[in-house]
Design a protein around this ligand. Structure first.
Ligand SMILES: Cc1cc2nc3c(=O)[nH]c(=O)nc-3n(C[C@H](O)[C@H](O)[C@H](O)COP(=O)(O)O)c2cc1C
Length: 216
């Protein structure tokens, strides 16, 4: 009860820092074509680690493109299901959404066009996670579940399966970072109330954050 009261107070403060992009002004940025480093999967497995120190240097456009595609991009449009992704989902509901937070604002990843749609302007990275080490990261990726897409499951299964499905996306992020020399860590200690408010999530949930930056 008190936690919710303070979370709401904090939300009111954050709300003043951001400006949502209206639908008619929507800004779509097409990402670079993914170009992955020629590193063996074995090497990526050996180097996968949770890292909590980041250079404040901005990520290159190529790295942002690559990490999003690896996380949950589209890797085939053939077959029985029209679209399939780099991460599996229970019943192929594809309910995990990806948001990117940087110093300019927040963007939603659109896998079908491999692009970013700007949601709002304003730097809110410091409010997303509960641990201070994330503050240095130039980018924080937030993984959320959209329960509306999980029409074949009841509420309990929506929670259970989306909590499993997000793990595959998280591991894809880990492995790309390991292969590309980037630092990241899965963060379950997140401000879910604030993130759900920021992203206007009503039927879903914020699940995990990944601060990402170059190693120092
Ligand atoms: C679901 C999940 C949530 C996690 N949440 C946090 C977190 O909030 N903060 C943190 O510093 N590390 C977090 N971690 C990272 C773990 O602490 C880390 O994976 C563990 O210490 C093992 O280290 P390794 O990933 O380098 O093998 C999380 C990991 C997972 C899988």
């Amino acid at each position: 009860m008190f936690d919710r009261f303070y979370a709401h107070k904090e939300w009111q403060k954050i709300r003043r820092l951001i400006t949502y992009i209206e639908e008619e002004d929507v800004e779509i940025t097409t990402l670079e074509k993914p170009q992955l480093p020629q590193v063996s999967i074995a090497k990526a497995f050996w180097h996968r680690r949770s890292e909590r120190c980041y250079s404040t240097n901005k990520l290159s456009a190529q790295d942002i493109s690559n990490v999003l595609w690896c996380a949950d991009g589209i890797n085939t449009e053939r077959g029985y299901f029209p679209i399939l992704r780099t991460a599996p989902t229970a019943s192929n509901h594809q309910e995990i959404d990806i948001y990117v937070f940087d110093e300019r604002g927040c963007y939603r990843y659109l896998p079908t066009t491999h692009s970013l749609s700007k949601m709002f302007e304003g730097d809110v990275r410091e409010f997303l996670c509960e641990q201070d080490f994330v503050l240095a990261a130039p980018v924080i990726i937030c993984l959320t579940a959209d329960y509306l897409k999980m029409h074949r499951h009841n509420r309990m299964k929506r929670i259970r399966y989306s909590n499993m499905d997000v793990g595959y996306v998280s591991q894809n992020i880990y492995l790309y970072c390991a292969a590309a020399g980037l630092a990241t860590v899965a963060c379950g200690r997140i401000n879910r109330y604030v993130i759900n408010k920021l992203l206007r999530i009503k039927n879903g949930d914020a699940l995990l954050c990944h601060p990402i930056g170059y190693r120092i």
